[in-house]
Design a protein around this ligand. Structure first.
Ligand code: HEC
Length: 108
């Protein structure tokens, strides 16, 4: 992952995600889950691209009011996923463009 891709992920996160999951990644108590040491973020691969694209419907939400879906390009999805996997002390490895692209074809 080069510097510019990391930067793109940070920008997408700041613009689209930080108002709920917070700049610190820690979320908001019981309403918004933390992204820090989150198994979903650390272990997630292409499935995270579907989650971000589709959002989480209120009636299937586990902890909060649900999450809106985001129309992000495959490269924006790769960037923001890899940003979260490695921000805030996370060590979640990386997803590849190919993994995300393939997952997007099969999103529910
Ligand atoms: C309007 C508030 C809001 C915004 C904006 C938002 N989220 Fe969420 N997100 C939530 C809520 C609430 C949940 C938990 C839903 C549930 O209860 O299952 C969640 C869940 C998640 C999860 C799953 C966590 C887990 O433990 O299963 C991930 C990953 C995630 N969000 C990533 C993102 C990313 C990336 C963005 C920006 C592109 C984003 N979110 C923007 C509210 C938000």
């Amino acid at each position: 992952m080069d510097q510019s891709e990391g930067g793109a992920g940070a920008k997408v996160y700041a613009a689209r995600c930080a108002n709920c999951h917070m700049e610190s990644g820690q979320g908001l108590g019981k309403m918004i889950p933390s992204m820090v040491q989150s198994p979903a973020v650390l272990n997630g691969q292409g499935n995270l691209a579907c989650l971000i694209r589709n959002g989480i419907a209120k009636d299937t939400a586990k902890v909060g009011p649900g999450m809106p879906g985001f129309e992000l390009s495959p490269s924006e999805l790769v960037a923001v996923i890899n940003y979260m996997k490695n921000a805030w002390g996370n060590q979640g490895g990386e997803v590849t463009f190919a993994e995300v692209d393939k997952a997007l074809e099969g999103c529910p």
